[in-house]
Design a protein around this ligand. Structure first.
Ligand SMILES: Cc1ncc(COP(=O)(O)O)c(C=O)c1O
Length: 381
């Protein structure tokens, strides 16, 4: 008898972002504007701290939630950002990916629903489905990628357990305004939902008005989980390091999942992570901000409507007016135009494409030129 694998996962495709990157890799000379991976190397002082830790013999199992020195440094760092969490309310994780998995797996019973505002990063749906939960998409495309209180209320049902919010957002680059954050807080208070804040791009915001949910709605603290990561701001994607913060009783539930999923993150990277927290990332942030201007101007010249991104390193223009689906657009852009983007379908939003601008200036300029030519070719047909 052949037994089946987890049927809630069976219908899921592998990461669309990786699929289109692989297609681009098969096309010689293609410019890849697909990955959310900074082109910078991790700053040297952070890298140097790892060698030092190895020399000091930090090669044994560390405490499950992280070395005390790192937990204290993270608590102080969050305090400087206006978020008050004790070291004992933090867990150091294998990237935001594991933080999100441990969180959602500890929150959900089979059949529970999680609201995900779309367009959204695909990871949330995979985790929720693996945990036998159900994703309810909250389409934000009609409200400039902001969360409308009435739409959110309408999406909540008797089995709704949590909402995931991402600001700055992947793929739109948008940051939630105060009224979106208030809408989430109102729903949290009325229905007792858990709010999972995927804040991995919080250091890459380009607007003065940027506010974080946990900062402006401390009254929701006992039901809020803040997820953060070293990957994007410090160009540390390959280190697989992140963390989460939650009110002590909630964190105690999540730490069980963390302990049995991964036990802990490697010991000898944790002092380096503490070094990262005081490392100046402003030059990298300013580079992305400058590129954002270049991308917005280029997309406007191409006539592609865009909600102006306010953070992260993505733009999510509409291609609806071109009369082709986003998958066909991206396949043809690779084959005919020599430039790779990710179709909106990978983020639950047909009619859009995601462009990443965390590539070198030269590649970005070449990629935008090629995209302009490709779009002109489609419009002229
Ligand atoms: C919104 C969002 N959350 C989480 C992650 C995962 O980050 P990490 O590398 O820390 O696992 C990513 C990575 O692209 C992301 O874009």
């Amino acid at each position: 008898m052949a037994l089946a694998t987890n049927q809630d996962l069976a219908g899921l495709a592998t990461s669309g972002i990786r699929r289109f990157t692989a297609l681009a890799n098969q096309t010689p000379g293609c410019v890849k504007l697909t990955l959310g991976e900074p082109e910078f190397d991790t700053p040297a002082p952070i890298r140097a701290a790892v060698s030092d830790s190895l020399v000091r013999g930090l090669t044994h199992y560390p405490p499950n939630n992280g070395r005390p020195e790192l937990l204290c440094a993270l608590s102080a760092y969050m305090g400087r950002q206006g978020l008050s969490y004790e070291p004992g309310e933090l867990i150091v994780t294998c990237g935001a990916t594991e933080a999100l998995a441990a969180t959602l797996m500890s929150l959900l019973d089979p059949g529970d629903e999680v609201i995900v505002s779309t367009p959204a990063f695909g990871l949330y749906e995979t985790i929720v489905r693996a945990a036998h939960g159900i994703v309810r998409s909250l389409d934000t495309s009609a409200s400039g990628f902001q969360i409308a209180a009435d739409a959110l209320e309408a999406a909540i049902g008797p089995r709704t357990k949590a909402i995931v919010i991402t600001s700055p957002n992947n793929p739109t680059g948008c940051v939630y305004d105060r009224s979106s954050l208030d809408a989430v807080a109102g729903a949290q208070t009325r229905h007792g939902l858990f709010v999972v804040c995927d804040d991995v791009y919080n250091r890459l915001a380009y607007t003065r008005g940027y506010e974080r949910f946990a900062q402006v709605h401390p009254e929701c603290r006992d039901h809020t989980v803040v997820v953060d990561s070293f990957s994007k701001p410090w160009a540390m994607t390959g280190w697989r390091l992140g963390w989460l913060a939650a009110d002590a009783p909630l964190k105690t539930q999540i730490e069980k999942m963390h302990q049995y999923l991964v036990s802990s993150v490697p010991a000898f990277v944790q002092d380096a992570a503490a070094v990262a927290l005081s490392c100046d990332i402003e030059p990298m942030r300013q580079t992305y901000e400058r590129r954002r201007e270049q991308v917005c101007a280029a997309l406007a010249d191409m006539g592609l409507p865009l909600v102006r991104p306010a953070g992260a390193f993505y733009a999510f223009p509409s291609i609806e007016g071109l009369g082709v689906g986003s998958e066909e657009f991206c396949e043809r852009a690779i084959r005919e135009g020599g430039v790779a983007l990710v179709p909106g379908t990978c983020f639950g939003a047909e009619g859009y494409v995601r462009l990443s601008y965390c590539v070198s200036d030269e590649e970005l300029t070449l990629g935008l030129d090629r995209l302009a030519k490709f779009v002109r070719g489609i419009s002229d047909r």
